[in-house]
Design a protein around this ligand. Structure first.
Ligand code: Z16
Length: 824
């Protein structure tokens, strides 16, 4: 099914002459770092290594571009405000097949490669799954030899680094060095000038054509920086292009010297703030304006860049859509639709209808959420101030669209109000999802259930009017980072059993099916797991000082902390177990270590309090001698790609317990299943599909389904007190939050959580699902006491996880949305 033919990698040529890599490293140590082998710091060595590896990528990147031009290939631009790359070195080495060679080279140089790799910090230009998905897609696109390019922003400060201070989340600047990042190739000569603010003058242009002129703008300059993205085998190297903002004045000596010097510097600060940091969206007006500028900046730089490249290679505007696909990652880059219209109508003097056809044929939109607040809306007033011309264009789009709506639904007088781009209730606002749907030829969700809910509940009017636009593309993750690179012991075992084809064809993992019950294979599988669990135990010891039992069941919940993901449900279960031990003298059947990791949004006090609760429960339980080796609770700080790569290979149980109907897809669930963890999960997001693939026997599911919850909600018939009254075990667990059992030093600290459950309607149905969850956890314990049965199911999870490769996802997008073909 996949198109890749060249694995193992082409650059094994280097093997023949391993002096070349060493020489390149020494060269960069001297000429790029200005150092010597004797004097070099670890940081300089790491930089020299990365630059030497980058040279290999640069050659391939240029060759790839040449190949694309020769084929006049259609290109995909993946627009995203966020990309979560993690570390790059290990991934490049894995994809190029250079890990062993570099290890040997470093040994010759007397340097520990592991230490070098630890020098690199995570490229965390994003918050959650959406950002990591984008990075997985880039890996798959390159592996599939497809001309697909990421477009994003080079934030000076990406996602914050998380520390835990007295159990509270503390936010610190991230460590990814964007100024001197060895992977990035800066291109200051390809600068783009981006207009903002100003006003629009109606005027008559050529041929007496109405030609509005946007003038008196402020300009911000966009500078591209390219990150090479190497696919498996290393034949194709695409790029992720990140823009940074610069002041226009800095380039204009005139302004700088003639006018007020300090005024000029102030303007510089104003401009550069555009890519300063990943602005949170849930915030005050000033940040809102920054966020709008930032989203526009990405979109405008990208469209200019695409156009310039397209015209330079001889493309005709009328064929633009045949040669270009733009994928909008959530609503953040939806402004691309208005900007492309502006570019075609204002700058290329194309007529409206043609421009609109081109725009729609080019753009496609992915929604990643069911959380209503995540759908962006811009106050019209703010929008008009920053982007006056775009507002006009959006009015015109809306005017024409509502005309169609009236023709189509003559008897439904509210249809135009419901579907308008401009919401009139609660202050006038632009609805960016509506713009994204109207201006695209494709709208997709990220898992089967999610796509269905989008059609039925979120955008029913649009699904009725444009049924052919809506589709599903279930997410996937790259097995190269998440299994091959993250879990070498297991990867080697798999390869020894079924060969290495799975690295580029994940569906061949199914060959493992026949090994699932094989006692020899099971034994080897158990060894890899033990090894990984011991490494994680060591890491936990180093980071937290806590000694955990590596033979206990590792029960893992790692993801953003948010009420809908229900870390609280997991905690209520832990409290339940704790009280069973200390009050009922009932030790659990199997010892467990509960491992949490995740960040809360800085502006989300409820999520932050949950983090504190995890830590406090850990404090109390871990030091209570009555629980001894049976129960431990760990929270590891600073969740991100690198930490996930440590935890996932060691996980026995994967917690995917969001309230059904809230998690669009989830992708951590896929990574964990692919590494042989069993899932305990609700029927939500892609859990449903994982269960279908691996088989209900090999998956623990519990809780109410999305339909039932929706029903209870509309009927208003759910009452947490019923569950509290009916089940003394539930009451005993929940009551702890009203008491000071876990907050002796800060009495009353968790009463708000109790109140949200008991007095504020338990919006996420914790109590409704708790009993079913506890019962299912009991089945987990049961199974864990039968290691052979457990291992068999774990191996079957790996064997049947092929569907969840992002290679499959990307091929689906390529075939049905982008019309994108491999170029070899
Ligand atoms: C995000 O990470 C996601 C959705 C969203 O609107 C914004 C952000 Cl930052 C996540 C979804 O929550 C998750 O279910 C999904 O798997 C992921 O996007 C990738 O599609």
């Amino acid at each position: 099914m996949t198109h890749i033919s060249h694995y193992p990698p082409v650059c094994n040529a280097l093997e023949a002459d391993n002096g070349a890599l060493r020489d390149a490293i020494l060269y960069h140590l001297q000429y790029s770092c200005g150092s010597t082998k004797k004097e070099a710091t670890q940081g300089e060595l790491a930089r020299a290594v990365m630059l030497a590896v980058r040279d290999l990528l640069t050659e391939r990147m240029l060759a790839t571009e040449k190949r694309y031009q020769q084929h006049n290939a259609k290109r995909l631009y993946y627009l995203s405000m966020e990309f979560h790359l993690g570390r790059t070195l290990g991934n490049v080495l894995a994809n190029l097949g250079l890990t062993t060679l570099l290890a040997r080279t470093m040994e010759e140089l007397g340097v520990d490669l592991e230490e070098i790799r630890e020098q690199e910090s995570d490229g965390a230009l994003g918050t959650g799954g959406l950002a990591r998905l984008a990075a997985c897609f880039l890996d798959s696109l390159a592996t599939l030899d497809m001309p697909g390019f990421g477009y994003g922003l080079k934030y000076q400060f990406g996602l914050f680094r998380q520390e835990l201070v007295q159990g509270y989340q503390k936010e610190l600047p991230g460590r990814w060095d964007t100024e001197h990042n060895p992977w990035l190739i800066s291109r200051p000569d390809e600068v783009f000038a981006i207009p903002m603010y100003g006003r629009v003058e109606p005027s008559r242009g050529r041929n007496n054509r109405y030609a509005p002129v946007w003038q008196d703008q402020k300009f911000v300059l966009g500078i591209p920086h390219d990150m090479p993205i190497a696919g498996a085998g290393g034949k194709t190297v695409n790029t992720l292009r990140l823009f940074s903002a610069r002041s226009a004045d800095a380039f204009d000596i005139q302004i700088f010297t003639a006018n007020d010097y300090f005024q000029a510097i102030r303007h510089q600060l104003f401009s550069e703030s555009v890519s300063k940091m990943l602005y949170p969206s849930d915030v005050d007006d000033q940040s809102l304006e920054m966020r709008l500028k930032q989203e526009y900046f990405l979109v405008a730089c990208t469209i200019q860049d695409i156009m310039k490249k397209y015209l330079k290679t001889g493309g005709e505007i009328s064929n633009f859509a045949q040669n270009t696909a733009i994928q909008l990652n959530d609503t953040n880059p939806a402004l691309a639709i208005a900007e492309l219209m502006r570019c075609l109508v204002d700058e290329h003097q194309l007529d409206w209808d043609n421009s609109w056809d081109i725009t729609r044929a080019t753009c496609a939109y992915t929604s990643h959420t069911l959380v209503p607040e995540a759908y962006e809306k811009w106050p019209v007033q703010l929008f008009e101030k920053v982007l006056p011309r775009h507002l006009q264009i959006i009015y015109e789009i809306n005017h024409r669209f509502l005309h169609e709506v009236r023709l189509r639904y003559p008897d439904d007088e509210n249809a135009p109000t419901r579907m308008s781009l401009i919401e009139e209730t609660g202050g006038r606002q632009l609805n960016m999802a509506h713009l994204a749907i109207i201006g695209s030829h494709s709208v997709n969700g990220v898992a089967g259930l999610h796509s269905q809910l989008l059609r039925d509940n979120v955008f029913p009017d649009f699904a009725d009017m444009f049924p052919e636009r809506f589709s599903n593309k279930t997410n996937g993750v790259t097995q190269r980072r998440w299994l091959y690179k993250a879990n070498p012991p297991l990867a080697n075992l798999i390869t020894s059993a079924i060969g290495n084809e799975w690295i580029i064809r994940a569906e061949t993992l199914s060959r493992l099916d026949e090994f699932a019950a094989d006692s020899q294979f099971q034994k080897q599988f158990a060894e890899t797991r033990n090894h990984n669990k011991r490494s994680l135990a060591d890491h936990i010891m180093r980071v937290t000082g806590l000694v955990i039992n590596p033979d206990s069941l590792f029960d893992v919940q790692i993801k953003r902390v948010h009420e809908y993901k229900r870390q609280l449900l997991h905690l209520l279960y832990i409290i339940h177990c704790y009280r069973a031990i200390i009050e009922d003298g009932e030790p659990p059947q199997v010892p467990r270590t509960h491992i949490f990791a995740g960040k809360a949004a800085p502006g989300d006090p409820a999520a932050k309090l949950i983090i504190k609760l995890i830590n406090n429960i850990g404090q109390v339980i871990n030091r209570d001698t009555r629980t001894r080796d049976m129960l431990k609770v760990v929270m590891l700080p600073d969740f991100g790609v690198s930490l996930a790569e440590k935890i996932i290979p060691a996980a026995d149980l994967s917690e995917q317990i969001s309230m059904a109907g809230t998690e669009a897809s989830g992708t951590g669930n896929m990574k964990l299943a692919m590494n042989g963890a069993l899932t305990i999960g609700t029927r939500d997001g892609s859990n449903i599909e994982i269960m279908e693939e691996v088989g209900a026997d090999n998956f623990f599911t519990f809780g109410l389904d999305a339909d039932t919850i929706e029903e209870l909600r509309t009927e208003n018939s759910y009452n947490a007190w019923d569950y509290y009254a009916d089940n003394p075990l539930i009451r005993r667990a929940v009551d702890c939050l009203d008491s000071d059992m876990f907050c002796q030093e800060e009495p009353g600290l968790f009463r708000d959580i109790f109140a949200s459950l008991m007095y504020e309607g338990d919006y996420f149905f914790h109590l409704a699902d708790l009993e079913s969850y506890i019962d299912t956890q009991q089945q987990v314990n049961e199974l864990y006491t039968h290691p052979a049965s457990w291992r068999k199911k774990a191996i079957l999870n790996i064997a049947r996880s092929g569907k969840f490769s992002s290679d499959r996802t990307v091929m689906e997008y390529a075939e049905t949305i982008w019309q994108l073909k491999p170029v070899v």
